[in-house]
Design a protein around this ligand. Structure first.
Ligand code: 4UU
Length: 541
């Protein structure tokens, strides 16, 4: 066996040298980010107006906002909700909360009232940052709100008279800087793990510090050019771990420029790549597909500035890879793999002209160990064999909040995170995703928990039983579909079920199809047999 695989213990080691992490007990990720030296000038650029925040402004803005939040009564351990689309202020708000030792919980701003209520209650939110359209909903929940203006150009009149403007323009200094330990909670992000409803994954300052150091000591060394010359396009949302790890943590530590888009639209994205001479474009598979086949006027020789496109969060289909590689011969295409529970750390590809493994998710990240487990008997598998991927390392979350049972079934006593993904290593140490055995549905890279949707649907008075599963979809990867058992005599229609759910969940979670059936396949203990459900689905399609 290769030396990066220890056959005796069944452990895969990273082929990359390990990275030393700071060892002192007291350290917060914000101080850590701003302790790094780089030559970056523009930090965050608003794509539509071109307005930018410089690196010189960044830390003072964070400190000013932190002190303003402190003067409004936010203190260590309090939870602050970020219910926001991307903006150049998103990272500032995020880091300000963490600098106080307070905790961020983030959420898709398109979430429904009941979804917001659930998360706000679950993690006991004290204060929320949001955009205008969510203000009324949040007020009804009785939490204080700071409205972030939609079009953030700091010197416009609109902003000057807002609450938000006062917060960042104060030039305050913290009255008292709280003492923060690496092991303290920094963020609570929601994920359903391998099974059940979505749960709060508790990420610590230590987890974030591990991510930052991965960028500073490793990612930066992978390029021939200086990180501060790179221009990234932030089209992925910062409320999801993938965008968060890049645009709020890693890249700001490197001094790269980040052009922030509020919302994905193919032609607009192409215009922004050209206007700002974007060099790096992190995407999810549907964006890559749109770029290869949808964008107006995009040819292989356009988008000359692009050096690297990286895809993650969902499987990338071979056809899309082929089309992209053909059309954009000057661009490096790589995949990365991560999870909310691993603070986005997992694997990452690195392609040189003579070593292209496009369909691989790359090599194990530094400091990360893996096992590949035989699903039938629990044994460890060597390279070339597929099994469930287990991960261990400094970026693995601490726990699921207030849920010891879920924590124990996802992280075992030796610290291995069970990912629910089926993978294999090839002889060069590159990983390939084969299947997913956990229950989540991946819609354009976003997680949807079947159990969350089932919990809503079962409340319909004419539904006596329900199960939700994923159907493959060319454009989005996967979409949720529902199997419904109607009450005797009910004439409930597919459209009525779709509408009922649509009123209570974020738009991207809507079911697209409903199958009426007489019973849901279940185990003796009453658990839905997800595999049977998948078989049932293929027989119905
Ligand atoms: C097939 O989706 C994410 C994180 C994505 C990410 C992070 C850092 C991508 C690239 C990167 O560099 O997090 P979650 O929690 O929403 O979903 C995690 C799940 C994984 O368990 C796996 O099933 O998303 C799926 N997934 C992928 N599947 C993540 N990346 C990939 C991938 N191919 N490249």
């Amino acid at each position: 066996y290769p030396k990066w695989y220890s056959a005796k213990r069944g452990i895969y080691h990273s082929k990359h040298p390990s990275i030393e992490l700071p060892t002192h007990t007291y350290l917060d990720v914000v101080s850590f980010i701003f302790s790094h030296q780089h030559t970056g000038i523009s930090a965050l650029i608003d794509s539509s107006s071109g307005y930018s925040l410089s690196y010189a402004e960044l830390f003072p803005l964070v400190k000013s906002m932190a002190s303003a939040l402190q003067s409004r009564g936010i203190s260590q351990g309090d939870v602050v909700l970020l219910l926001l689309p991307n903006s150049i202020y998103y990272p500032i708000i995020f880091l300000a909360v963490l600098y106080l030792g307070a905790i961020v919980t983030a959420m898709n701003p398109l979430s429904s009232v009941s979804e917001i209520k659930k998360q706000v209650t679950d993690c006991n939110v004290h204060l929320a940052f949001t955009v205008h359209q969510n203000v009324e909903n949040l007020k009804a929940l009785g939490i204080s709100i700071i409205t972030v203006p939609e079009n953030l150009v700091i010197d416009s009149k609109q902003v000057q008279f807002s609450d938000f403007y006062e917060l960042i323009s104060g030039n305050f200094d913290l009255v008292t800087k709280p003492v923060i330990r690496q092991q303290d909670t920094a963020a609570i992000l929601y994920s359903s793990g391998t099974t059940g409803a979505s749960k709060g994954a508790v990420l610590t300052h230590r987890n974030f510090i591990a991510v930052v150091e991965l960028f500073v000591k490793f990612e930066a060394s992978q390029y021939e050019y200086l990180s501060s010359e790179n221009v990234y396009l932030a089209v992925l949302p910062m409320f999801h771990i993938y965008g968060l790890s890049l645009f709020v943590l890693g890249l700001l530590s490197l001094g790269s420029s980040i052009v922030v888009m509020k919302k994905f639209e193919t032609n607009e994205m192409v215009r922004m790549i050209e206007r700002y001479r974007v060099t790096h474009l992190p995407v999810v598979p549907p964006i890559l597909m749109a770029l290869t086949k949808g964008a107006k006027g995009v040819r292989g020789d356009s988008l000359k500035s692009l050096k690297q496109v990286s895809s993650g969060a969902a499987p990338l289909n071979r056809k899309i890879i082929e089309n992209f590689v053909q059309a954009f011969q000057h661009v490096d295409l790589i995949q990365g793999y991560g999870m909310t529970e691993s603070t986005a750390v997992g694997t990452r590809g690195f392609n040189t002209k003579d070593y292209c493994k496009y369909s691989s998710i790359g090599l194990l990240a530094p400091n990360t160990q893996a096992k590949v487990i035989n699903w039938d008997n629990g044994s460890c598998l060597p390279p070339g064999h597929s099994g469930e991927l287990w991960l261990r390392g400094p970026a693995i979350m601490k726990e699921y909040m207030n849920n010891a049972e879920a924590t124990m079934s996802n992280i075992d006593s030796d610290g291995w995170l069970h990912t629910g993904d089926i993978v294999y290593f090839d002889q060069d140490g590159y990983l390939y995703i084969v299947d997913r055995i956990k229950e989540i549905i991946k819609y354009k890279g976003f997680q949807i928990s079947p159990a969350d949707l089932e919990a809503v649907l079962i409340c319909h008075p004419e539904i006596v039983d329900v199960a939700v599963t994923a159907a493959t979809d060319e454009e989005s990867g996967e979409i949720p579909v529902a199997f419904v058992v109607r009450r005797h005599g009910s004439s409930l229609t597919q459209d009525a079920v779709i509408d009922y759910l649509a009123q209570q969940v974020a738009p991207y979670k809507k079911v697209k199809k409903v199958f009426f059936t007489h019973s849901i396949p279940k185990s003796a203990a009453g658990k839905i047999l997800r595999r049977e459900l998948r078989k049932l689905l293929s027989s119905r399609l």
